[in-house]
Design a protein around this ligand. Structure first.
Ligand SMILES: Nc1ncnc2c1ncn2[C@@H]1O[C@H](COP(=O)(O)OP(=O)(O)OP(=O)(O)O)[C@@H](O)[C@H]1O
Ligand SMILES: [Mg+2]
Length: 334
């Protein structure tokens, strides 16, 4: 299928010292999606990314980019289509922020004016106003700001694919969450194919359209976040998800995915609902409701707040179903 921008076909990498970093790995990546590689240290995540832009070559198997074996693509051409945010950022300390972001365009011999305007555009996009940050040195920036410069640098030549190796690693949880949210927002605007490495399962569940869970150089599960949460392939995945898997699941699942729709209130407007008599919990303004796009975690909170057995679910001004504690329990036990 042509929409698979990247395909790994039985790919093995053995380093010169004999270390088997990954063994017979298979997966494919759909254009415009984010695939997250997650797993313990040393399981082969960075190796996978380096194979994609041919910083290292496969020992066996084939990687295809847009249907063509990458071994047959000129390295420079390949890297022009692929941006790379390396682990631990790797900014050049002796260069200004602006020079760092402009590294790839300079290699590509863009003219100065075009480089300058691209650098400013990206710094502004990454919430680092160009006027203020362009001429600073990386050492004067916070960890979170340096990470953003690393992302801006990888985006500079507008690559189709972004390889991001723990781009938000080594940050405090609050900054990390902020950058994750900004990046999800950014991904909506730029619509790239992203390969993203992390060791944090929560980050994987949040960022990924698909997740590859690695262990010891192999992929133990390659699935959507929902499938991984609801159907972990084996004990390793279950342990990796952690003992709070059920809470994660509640935070991840949407009310609309588990609600009851075959109910008499479905189809009413909110005003009609509030004007009618029901057993639902009320507050001063009317019945307590949840939106179908809310998480099941927030639905559970509403159920407890209202000490209610069920809560109507809305889509805008329309009632589309109800959610009950039984719905939630059924979801968690399936
Ligand atoms: N240049 C190299 N020569 C020999 N062995 C290597 C080399 N680079 C990596 N390895 C080994 O290959 C395996 C996979 O390494 P890789 O860097 O891909 O892991 P990783 O999943 O990215 O780990 P981390 O989460 O710590 O970044 C490890 O056992 C590592 O020691
Ligand atoms: Mg790594």
């Amino acid at each position: 299928m042509s929409e698979q921008i990247l395909e790994f076909d039985d790919v093995t990498k053995v380093y010169p010292d004999g270390t088997v970093a990954i063994e017979e790995i298979n997966f494919s990546v759909e254009e415009g999606t984010t695939t997250v590689f997650v797993g313990p240290s040393g399981c082969g995540k960075t190796t996978t990314l380096k194979l994609v832009n041919r910083l290292i070559d496969c020992s066996d198997g084939t990687i295809r980019f847009e249907g063509q074996a990458i071994a047959d693509i000129d390295k420079i051409d390949l890297r022009r289509s692929i941006g790379y945010v390396i682990q631990e950022i790797g900014l050049f300390d002796h260069m200004t922020v602006g020079e760092n972001v402009g590294v790839v365009p300079r290699l590509l011999e863009w003219d100065d004016e075009r480089i300058r305007s691209r650098v400013d555009e990206l710094l502004n996009l990454m919430d680092l106003p160009a006027e203020q940050y362009r001429d600073q040195y990386p050492r004067n920036l916070s960890g979170g700001q340096r990470q953003r410069v690393g992302v801006a640098r990888a985006l500079a030549a507008d690559p189709d694919v972004m390889l991001m190796d723990e781009p938000f690693g080594a940050l405090d949880p609050i900054t990390r969450e902020k950058l994750q949210d900004e990046f999800l927002e950014l991904q909506n605007q730029i619509d790239k194919t992203i390969l993203f490495v992390t060791h944090d399962i929560d980050e994987a569940l949040k960022m990924g359209d698909r997740i590859a869970i690695y262990n010891n150089g192999g992929i133990v599960q390659y699935d959507t976040p929902k499938e991984i949460l609801t159907n972990p392939a084996n004990e390793f995945v279950e342990n990796f998800l952690g003992s709070d898997r059920l809470i994660k699941e509640l935070k991840f699942m949407k009310v609309g995915d588990v609600m009851e729709t075959d109910v008499d209130v479905a189809g009413l407007s909110l005003t009609e609902l509030n004007d009618s008599e029901h057993e639902f919990a009320r507050n001063g303004e009317g019945y307590l409701t949840v939106d179908r796009d809310n998480t099941t975690h927030s639905a559970l909170t509403k159920l407890y707040q209202g000490n209610a057995e069920s809560v109507p679910v809305t889509n805008g001004d329309e009632v589309v179903g109800v959610i009950t504690e039984t719905n939630l329990k059924r979801t968690l036990s399936s």
